[in-house]
Structure formats: structure tokens, C-alpha cells
Design a protein around this ligand. Structure first.
Ligand code: FES
Ligand code: FES
Length: 168
């Protein structure tokens, strides 16, 4: 017997996207496989590493812990959506480039989404606050030093880009 499918529609990065999926399709798989948005990475698949973090109505969530059907109709932002309104690198993305905040890059999408949401709440963090902001995301490569620098650099960039701060 073939599995029953459910139509799920999300507004992803500002664009309505739909697919018919089984009830147990994870949001991470929905984004990656059904919508072909492969920027969201899947590491541990049980809520520990943070690589799969996306923004649900602006709040960071682990997309590997969420069924797509449970967020039908919601707004989701992935790393692909953390850009400037004109499509250029967003402040957080630019900061990672400026500060060498990545090596293999596997963890990076989760950091970019997490930090994007965090800076909305705290636009001028201290280094200690930046460290706390990323405490739920694991990186095996960088030692975190350059990621903390990226948070601070992103905050600085955002101050010079009021259009982006308003758009995110
Ligand atoms: S893949 Fe979701 S938290 Fe690790
Ligand atoms: S850059 Fe490789 S895991 Fe973070």
C-alpha cells in the first residue's frame, strides 16, 4: 500500500513553496529533498549539532526535529534567505567571509541562521554574549574563535545596513 501524502505549503525565503509529502517527512528533508534547498545541512539528525537550524516565523528551530506537516502555512527562512534584499551576501554571511568563520562549512548554515535571528534581538552583543549566542551550534573545525569574531563583525555590518536589519 502506498503511503498517504499531505500537501504542505510554506513561505520559504519569501516565496510560497508546496509539495505533497508523507506525514513523517522531516522539515529538514522537506527543504533539502522536496524543495531542493540544500543549504540547510543535516548532521546529527537528533537536535544536538544545530547544523539544520532554520528560522520559523523568525525564531531558530532545529528542522531535523520538526515534521513538515506541523508547520504547514508557516514562514521559514533558510541560509539561502539570509541575504540582502538585492541578493548580495547578508551581513552574517559577509562577516563569516571577512573573519574566516568557516573551514569545511558544514556547520555554517546553522550558525548563519542562528546569528541572524540573534542579532535581531541583540544588535550590539559583547564577545561573551556572542559566545553564548552560538552555544547551541557545534563546529568541529574552527575552535569557535573566528565565529565569535564573525558575530561581532556582523553586528557592525548591520549597523551600516539599516535596510537589511529591517528586512530580516
Ligand atoms: S541535524 Fe538537526 S540538530 Fe543536528
Ligand atoms: S567549519 Fe567545519 S564543522 Fe564548522
Amino acid at each position: 500500500m502506498s503511503e498517504e501524502l499531505h500537501e504542505v505549503t510554506l513561505v520559504v525565503n519569501g516565496v510560497p513553496r508546496s509539495a505533497a509529502v508523507p506525514a513523517r517527512r522531516l522539515l529538514s528533508d522537506f527543504l533539502r529533498h522536496d524543495l531542493e534547498l540544500t543549504g540547510t545541512h543535516v548532521g546529527c539528525e537528533h537536535g544536538v549539532c544545530g547544523a539544520c537550524t532554520v528560522l520559523l516565523e523568525g525564531r531558530p528551530i532545529r528542522s531535523c526535529l520538526q515534521f513538515a506537516v506541523t508547520v504547514d502555512g508557516a514562514e521559514v527562512t533558510t541560509v539561502e534567505g539570509c541575504t540582502r534584499p538585492d541578493g548580495e551576501l547578508g551581513a552574517v554571511q559577509q562577516a563569516f567571509q571577512d573573519c574566516h568563520g568557516l573551514q569545511c562549512g558544514f556547520c555554517t548554515p546553522g550558525f548563519v541562521t542562528t546569528i541572524t535571528a540573534y542579532l535581531e534581538e541583540n544588535p550590539a552583543p559583547t564577545a561573551q554574549e556572542a559566545r553564548e549566542a552560538i552555544a547551541g551550534n557545534l563546529c568541529r573545525c574552527t575552535g569557535y574563535q573566528n565565529i565569535v569574531a564573525s558575530v561581532l563583525r556582523a553586528a557592525q555590518l548591520r549597523r551600516g545596513r539599516p535596510d537589511e536589519a529591517a528586512a530580516s
